[in-house]
Design a protein around this ligand. Structure first.
Ligand code: NIG
Ligand code: FE
Length: 416
């Protein structure tokens, strides 16, 4: 049976080309006032002015949901590390007392301090914990999230993380897209020998993850003390040969060359981009790489520097926004906070921020042809918010304004 979501004060459709949005197109929200969305079989049949949608032949017998508020495509969070066993509260206290990312790492904290508990955790418990976290994302209006491995850093534990993502996908309506991030940091047993560890990842982990189809993407942390641009380029080339789409953590803490290495390897997205220069931005534009900005992590780390969104948008590179939800640098799953941070600290307009969190997020995951916009034929992934004007989603912060979330046509969160 069809469902008619109606009484919507403002609907942002982001209707337009089935392509990532760049430049001025990022401000085209496809706003419809007094709107309705008609859904059947998990797919959008019609979306637009209430009266016009009501005339659709399927609308007559549809179940009617008086939704109200502001409706958007469900958020597509294109960068998360949502599988981890324990929060890193010691790192948090150190950081609150003034320690930097590098100082926390030197004191035994940071990424490798997450591996002990992850290696011990049974796959079943890991999947259950992930599904429970997924519910928090759904409550905030996120309908699709990418999920990275990268806290196991051994063959068994990295594959276990990815299998837990596969298992959790059966326990939650949140759509999960897995990424192999075995190249996240060098585990202690390799004594700081990044090349030897990367050779092991390339020979052992990458082919098994690819053969078992456990990951859609392969990612690597290109940064001083982690992996070099040369290693990044070679690793992503091999990942891509095995059918995994490249992504890269680049220019997060310094300008190091990861963005250019990723773009040269055909990365779908280059993520963080805090320290990009003009030549890095040009490389993304020329390669069709999306810049995924993660300003909630800058906020959490107490950094004064944020990604230069204005320069990136001016250069014609499509920008996506994501949470970077993880235990070390961003314990936040709420995309609404990311919208606020993007407008306040990256000078993005509310229209650009909302585009980046929906349609461009979907393209950063290569699924923009089926989600990220409210158009006939697209997956019926919707989020409804308690607001009269869509700008309120970027304006109020620290709260969850989401009233209802719909995934493939089904109500999966309802505040009422
Ligand atoms: O995106 N930069 C590398 N990875 C994460 C940090 C993960 C962690 O500290 O656990 C990030 O910020
Ligand atoms: Fe990250």
């Amino acid at each position: 049976m069809a469902t008619l979501f109606t009484g919507i004060k403002q609907l942002l459709t982001f209707a337009g080309d089935r392509a990532p949005r760049a430049g001025a197109a990022m401000r085209e929200t496809g706003l419809v006032k007094n709107a309705a969305v008609l859904v059947e079989g998990g797919v959008i049949e019609a979306a637009g002015p209430r009266a016009a949608v009501a005339r659709h032949k399927l609308a007559k017998k549809a179940k009617v949901v008086e939704a109200g508020g502001v409706c958007l495509p469900g958020f597509v969070d294109s960068h998360t590390h949502m599988v981890f066993a324990e929060p890193r509260l010691k790192d948090f206290s150190m950081r609150a007392a003034g320690a930097s990312y590098q100082e926390i790492k030197a004191a035994g904290g940071g990424i490798v301090s997450s591996i002990g508990a992850v290696r011990k955790q049974p796959q079943k418990a890991m999947a259950a914990q992930l599904a429970a976290r997924a519910a928090r994302f759904l409550e905030c209006g996120t309908t699709t999230a990418e999920v990275k491995s990268g806290y196991g850093l051994s063959l068994d534990s990295e594959l276990k993380m990815l299998r837990a993502v596969r298992d959790a996908a059966k326990l939650t309506p949140l759509e999960l897209l897995p990424t192999l991030l075995a190249a996240h940091s060098v585990p202690p047993e390799f004594n700081g020998d990044a090349q030897r560890y990367l050779d092991y990842v390339t020979a052992e982990i990458l082919p098994k993850a690819a053969a078992e189809k456990l990951a859609v993407f392969a990612d690597i942390f290109c940064e001083k003390g982690y992996f070099t641009p040369e290693q990044t380029a070679a690793y992503l080339k091999e990942a891509s040969r095995l059918g995994l789409k490249p992504k890269v953590h680049s220019e997060q803490l310094s300008n190091y060359g990861g963005t250019r290495a990723g773009a040269a390897a055909g990365a779908v997205s280059a993520d963080h981009a805090d320290h990009v220069f003009a030549e890095d931005i040009a490389a993304m534009r020329d390669a069709g790489t999306i810049a995924a900005l993660l300003p909630a992590s800058n906020h959490y780390l107490g950094l004064s520097r944020f990604p230069p969104a204005r320069e990136i948008i001016a250069a014609g590179v499509p920008v996506a926004l994501a949470t970077d939800f993880n235990p070390g640098t961003c314990p936040c799953w709420n995309m609404q906070f990311v919208l606020s941070a993007a407008c306040t600290h990256c000078a993005m307009t509310p229209e650009e921020a909302l585009c980046a969190a929906t349609v461009n997020g979907a393209w950063a995951l290569g699924i923009g042809d089926r989600c990220g916009a409210v158009m006939p034929g697209m997956q019926a992934d919707l989020a409804f918010f308690e607001a009269d004007d869509y700008r309120e989603l970027c304006y109020y912060f620290g709260a969850n304004q989401c009233l209802m979330t719909v995934k493939k046509g089904k109500i999966v969160h309802d505040k009422k």
